[in-house]
Design a protein around this ligand. Structure first.
Ligand code: PLP
Length: 390
């Protein structure tokens, strides 16, 4: 059967199987049966992009100079807006010319950075459970992912002291993600300080994925990794407009930090893509510099949803740590279930679709992830349906 003409490259064979495929199929089967499935599986905001951003896009699209190839590294005005945002939000000073690069979504930058710094056989430290792109980018670049388990007893922070010295000696990159998907954990300043020390001593580049810093509760603002002394010399931070401004479809993000790292990723990107549509960058400037009241409204909305779901699940006998950030709940499954069997039970008996924790890595076994991406009425209904079957 293997036909030479269409044989895919070996680098695709090393990618892990897509663990959610069977569950996607089961969910589609329930929907086809006419079941009113409440979708709490996918982390994609349900709210529209704020109007001030849409207005900026409408105006920008009418300017012919925006129709040509954009600059590779992002318009100076866009990078300037990012620098101003970092100064306002985190009190971090960045040079827009050398310490900021635009990205076509942070997934793009995260997936490409190993191509700039990882040789075949080099190790990349990745959190597990985690966003799959850290490991996949590493594998595509010929690197070896080393999985750092995120365990509840460690606050879902990796235990850096527990990584074998022969691994750290070969490691080039360390991926981190706080506030964390899928565990909803946040990192302390002490942890980030430890990371800076570790990275400096072992000469490893830190790649911090900060997609959820603006999605927080109870007014407790998460830190930027770059706020910590020395961070700008050891690493970069990926940030995205996707979650903060309900712009997942727009593909606009940025990476900031150590200039040599920005230069390396920029070199890969200059050879592979041609930047972000300038009209989208102008809309991005409005997002970062314009009225922020929609972001505050988003936080209020998610907080209501979080509290509704936590209260409803509690009535069903299910409890988890209330998240301080992100729009996820990371719930331990009841005794006698695995991540997969509990996910199937919720789907087939309650019509509630969640994500099994083991799909994010083996340490996610025993958990399921709920995304707060439907109204609080629907969340209350989901919890009530779950209460009835348990
Ligand atoms: C949603 C998400 C992102 C953002 O991805 P974009 O490509 O910027 O849309 C990055 N990291 C994590 C962990 C996410 O969940």
């Amino acid at each position: 059967m293997a036909n030479r003409q269409f044989q895919m490259a070996k680098r695709l064979e090393v990618l892990p199987p897509y663990l959610f495929a069977e569950l996607d199929r089961l969910k589609q089967a329930e929907i086809a049966k006419g079941v009113d499935v409440i979708p709490l599986g996918v982390g994609d905001p349900d709210q529209p992009t704020p109007n001030n951003i849409l207005g900026a896009m409408h105006r920008a699209i009418d300017r012919p100079q925006n129709h040509q190839y954009p600059s590779y590294e992002g318009m100076p005005s866009f990078r300037e807006a990012v620098a101003n945002w970092y100064a306002r939000r985190f009190n971090v000073t960045l040079d827009p010319a050398t310490e900021i690069l635009s990205l076509i979504g942070s997934k793009e930058g995260i997936g490409h950075i190993p191509f700039a710094f990882v040789n075949p056989g080099d190790v990349v430290l990745v959190p597990e459970p985690g966003y799959p792109v850290y490991e996949i980018g590493t594998l595509l670049a010929g690197g070896e992912p080393y999985r750092m388990p995120l365990l509840r007893e460690n606050g879902f922070l990796p235990d850096l002291d527990n990584i074998p010295p022969e691994i750290t000696a070969r490691a080039r990159l360390l991926f981190l993600n706080y506030p964390n998907n899928p565990t909803a954990a946040v990192a302390s300043r002490a942890f980030f300080e430890k990371v800076v020390h570790f990275a400096r001593e072992k000469e490893i580049i830190v790649c911090h994925d900060a997609a959820y810093t603006e999605m927080y509760y109870d007014g407790k603002k998460p830190l930027s990794f770059l706020e910590v002394d020395g961070a700008l010399e050891v690493g970069v931070e990926f940030h995205s407009l996707s979650k903060t401004y309900n712009m997942t479809g727009w593909r606009v993000a940025f990476v900031s930090g150590a200039a040599p790292v920005i230069a390396g990723l920029g070199k890969i990107k200059t050879n592979l893509d041609s930047g972000i549509f300038q009209a989208i960058q102008e809309a991005g400037i409005e997002a970062l510099e314009g009225d922020q009241s929609a972001v505050e409204e988003m936080r209020v909305l998610y907080q209501e949803r979080r509290d509704t779901l936590l209260a409803g699940l509690k009535k069903a006998g299910l409890v988890c740590d209330p998240p301080e950030a992100t729009f996820y709940l990371w719930l331990p499954v009841p005794a006698g279930y695995s991540s997969t069997s509990f996910t199937k039970l919720l789907l087939e008996k309650a019509g509630v679709a969640v994500t099994p924790g083991n799909g994010f890595g083996i340490s996610g076994e025993g958990y399921v992830r709920f995304a707060l991406t439907v109204s609080k009425e629907r969340l209350a209904e989901a919890a009530e349906r779950i209460r009835k079957i348990l």
